[in-house]
Unconditional design. Structure first.
Length: 128
């Protein structure tokens, strides 16, 4: 089973979020990557897109399935990881580093604290 970074927050849809100043960096967890298999394409919104918590913002195509990506918080996309367009496998190789997907300016900075901590997410992933 995967180890999950303790400094991140998580969603039940297997996204992670990390604080960077007043922004949140968002990606998918190593657990999600294991379930998906080799990732072949990542579709992300444009910068400036408004996100609503729980709504889809893109998808990940893999050899097994297409999975939707869900916004962990309300906010605005300020940057996408454009490198994933040509190298989607980066998500498989480094989901918490080079495989990040979005940088979001949250509408409510406190929303980050409402996401699952590592203990809660580890239990969720273990329960399947």
């Amino acid at each position: 089973m995967s180890e999950f970074p303790a400094d991140l927050r998580y969603t039940k849809e297997h996204e992670w979020a990390r604080k960077e100043g007043d922004l949140l960096v968002v990606g998918i967890t190593s657990h999600a990557v294991e379930q998906l298999g080799d990732i072949t394409m990542v579709t992300l919104p444009e910068a400036g897109t408004a996100l609503t918590v729980g709504e889809t913002f893109g998808d990940v195509d893999s050899v097994k399935a297409v999975s939707e990506l869900y916004a962990p918080v309300d906010g605005e996309v300020v940057e996408i990881n454009a490198e994933l367009e040509d190298a989607p496998e980066t998500v498989n190789e480094a989901p918490y580093e080079g495989g990040w997907m979005l940088k979001i300016r949250p509408s409510d900075p406190a929303a980050f604290e409402g996401l699952m901590d590592v203990a809660a997410y580890t239990k969720l992933a273990a329960d399947g």
